[in-house]
Design a protein around this ligand. Structure first.
Ligand code: UDP
Length: 227
C-alpha cells in the first residue's frame, strides 16, 4: 500500500478552464453547482476526461499534512468548495466563489442530467447494502438513470485493478467513488488509466446519506455554514 508521502506522478489531466481562487492551501474553481454540472456533462460528451475534487476545511487541513492528497487535489481538473466557510473566505477576495458546491448535491444533479443525456453511471463505495440502497434511491428519483453497475468499497489492494476494470467494462462514463478521504483519492489516482470513465468524483460518505443511513445537517445548520 503506497504511503501518504509517495511521489508517484499524477496521471490526471491538468487542463483548467475556469477562474481559480486560492484559499489557504486550496485552489478553487469559481463554479456554481449548475455550471459545474454542465461543464462535467460537456466533458463527457466531448470525450475528454477529468477528476472533480470537492474540498472542505477538514480536507484542506488533511492536505497540509498529506502531500500526496495535496498533489491529487492540485492536479484535479476541477476543485469546488464543499463548505460555506470557504465561500465566506472567498468574499475577502476580489472574485468570490459563487456558492458552496456539495458533493452530495452534485450526485443528484448529475444523475438528473445523466438520465436526460443517456450517460451511463457507476457507483463504487460504502458497504454492499448501502451502495445498493443509494442506487435504488437515485433510480427512483431519476427513472431513466442508466446505472451501469455498482460495487462496495471494501477491497484489498490486490483487487483494486479488477474493480477499476469492472467500471471500464461497464461502459460507464461517470463514476462516483465513495470510500472516504484519502482512500478514494488514492484509488482514483492509482487506477486512473484502468477506470475508463470520463468524469470521476470522490464523494466521501455520500452514499450513506443518500441511502438514509446517515443524516445531513438540518438546512438551517447548512445555511449557517456549520455542516
Ligand atoms: N468506506 C469504503 N471502504 C473502506 C472504508 C470506508 O467504501 O475501506 C466507505 C464507508 O462505508 C463510507 C465512506 O467510505 O460510506 C466514508 O467512510 P468514513 O465515514 O469512514 O470516512 P469519512 O466520511 O470520515 O471520510
Amino acid at each position: 500500500m503506497p504511503s501518504d508521502t509517495d511521489t508517484a506522478p499524477l496521471p490526471l489531466p491538468e487542463a483548467r478552464r475556469s477562474t481559480q481562487i486560492q484559499i489557504l492551501n486550496g485552489r478553487f474553481d469559481a463554479l456554481s453547482a449548475d455550471h459545474a454540472v454542465e461543464e462535467l456533462i460537456r466533458t463527457i460528451r466531448t470525450g475528454e476526461r477529468g477528476v472533480l475534487s470537492t474540498v472542505n476545511v477538514a480536507i484542506l487541513m488533511m492536505m497540509r499534512s498529506n502531500p500526496r492528497l495535496q498533489r491529487f487535489v492540485d492536479a484535479s481538473r476541477w476543485t469546488v468548495a464543499d463548505g460555506q466557510p470557504l465561500v465566506w473566505a472567498s468574499h475577502l477576495r476580489q472574485q468570490p466563489l459563487p456558492e458552496r458546491v456539495a458533493g452530495i448535491d452534485l450526485i443528484d444533479q448529475l444523475c438528473a442530467r445523466a438520465a436526460q443525456e443517456g450517460i451511463g453511471v457507476y457507483f463504487l463505495g460504502a458497504d454492499g447494502e448501502t451502495v445498493r440502497a443509494a442506487v435504488a434511491a437515485l433510480q427512483s428519483r431519476h427513472r431513466s438513470l442508466d446505472v451501469r453497475g455498482y460495487a462496495d468499497g471494501y477491497f484489498g489492494p490486490d483487487q483494486a485493478e479488477a474493480r477499476a476494470r469492472a467500471v471500464a467494462d461497464s461502459g460507464a462514463k461517470l463514476l462516483f467513488v465513495a470510500m472516504g478521504v484519502p482512500r478514494q483519492e488514492y484509488f482514483i489516482e492509482e487506477q486512473w488509466e484502468n477506470l475508463g470513465a470520463r468524469v470521476v468524483i470522490g464523494v466521501g460518505g455520500s452514499f450513506d446519506v443518500i441511502a438514509g443511513r446517515r443524516k445531513r445537517a438540518p438546512a438551517l445548520v447548512q445555511r449557517a455554514g456549520l455542516e
